[in-house]
Ligand binder design. Sequence first.
Ligand code: GLU
Length: 516
Amino acid sequence: MSERKVRVRFAPSPTGPLHMGGIRTALYNYLFAKKNKGDFILRIEDTDQARYVNGAEKYIVESLEWCGLKIDEGPSKKNDFGPYRQSERKHLYREYADKLVASENAYYAFDTPEELEEMRNLAKKAKMPNWQYNAISRNSMKNSLSLSKEEVDKRISQNQSYTIRIKMPRNVDVRFYDEIRGWVIVNTNNMDDKVIYKGDGMPTYHLANVVDDYLMKISHVIRGEEWLPSAPLHVLLYKFLNWEEFMPKFAHLPLILKPDGNGKLSKRDGDRLGFPVFPLEWIDPKTNDVSSGYREKDYFPEAFVNMLAFLGWNPGNEKEVYSIEELISDFSLERVGKSGAKFDPEKAKWFNQQHLRLKSNSELAILMKQNCSYDVSEVYLEKVAELMKERATFQSDLISEKYFFDSVEDYDEKTFRKKWKSDSLSLVNEFFGILNNIENFSATSIESSFKKFIEEKEIGMGAILPNLRLILTGKGMGPSLFEIAALLGKEEVMKRFNEKSTFFQNMFLKKQNESR
Ligand code: GLU
């Protein structure tokens, strides 16, 4: 048999914003598809109308776009396998539910929600809290297996509402190979007669998911671990529908755990623990509650994607900083782990910092220009980027120092108290005098004048450099002061000197008077 074309799908339900785990599932599907020259499909699983949330599908699409995960097929990119929203495929599913009934692998169940609830309550009272509709209990329920044919026909002709349930066989081992976990074996005695078709004329997740995977020729199902318990039922559906040879391969991804490793990272953890769990900000349409997103928190999508890739996968070597193209070329399901991956918000920042450093100054300048409230040129911002890059985690850090754009009122009190002494004014006066005479106001010439100056004066750097920094930036620390001075230009440097040197001297005299 020739190898099947790789076709994978990301199949979210639009029940709210996609959290990090969802995007990671999409990412692994995407990487696997692209690595194997296959197709990456977006299918919206919206059969559960009661849980439908307005805006959720749009959010999913925007998140994938932000992350750069381009779909080959989906609601906005049609191909022969559409439609790609299950609600638009409604007419397709009944046929398969009927086939399952005809082959006696499924049956009609007439029990009302109230009757089912009553049954559960009775079981609870009898100290059997986990009552299930299954091979044993089905005989005492109202269904096409327990009722006579006449009774069933009568109920159907009276338009009584019914569901279709799978008829789980007794004591059969269902086996399937999971690409990440190896062989999984589940006995049907531990499985219930799941509803596959509902009274409202909609399939449930299980039937729709399997039928669509089959019709869309899906080769690999890559999804979160929470779907592992459903997989044996899906395997049986392939068998009952005689589709075994078309059954996709399964890969269930490990959970993403809270930073302390205690349980699954949940939607609620994010803003409670001070980091986003969503790719994009989400405003709940009902409550107007805002959940923060990586995009709005100034993360680069490529850093977010790189971080996500490492939550469950590793390349088997030391390399950690990856572009999406590199991820595609190194990704494999064999290197996805079984055990949960602990999310580390500090590591997320680290990835952002690494990706920031990979960008050229001109790329950064374009981004800075969009967010900078000062009217400066991109060329100027490129130079600011050069000086700030090593100290920045986010692009907003690059323009966080006001002194690059304007003189600053605030100053570092501690440095001033420690460093401004009785001879400081005359030293800075003299040095700024020298600066004023430099023809070529470059960082190297400023630096060599400075070195010559401290040598002649026989003073250490610490006797003057911190004060020069205070005058030009108000700070006690920062990037090379010679570079900063050259960037500001002679005129601005002399202006700040004129404003600030007397200011610091007056502060100094005032403090001296106070302490007398
Ligand atoms: N609709 C399911 C979800 O919301 C899809 C699970 C699967 O990939 O089979 O995650």
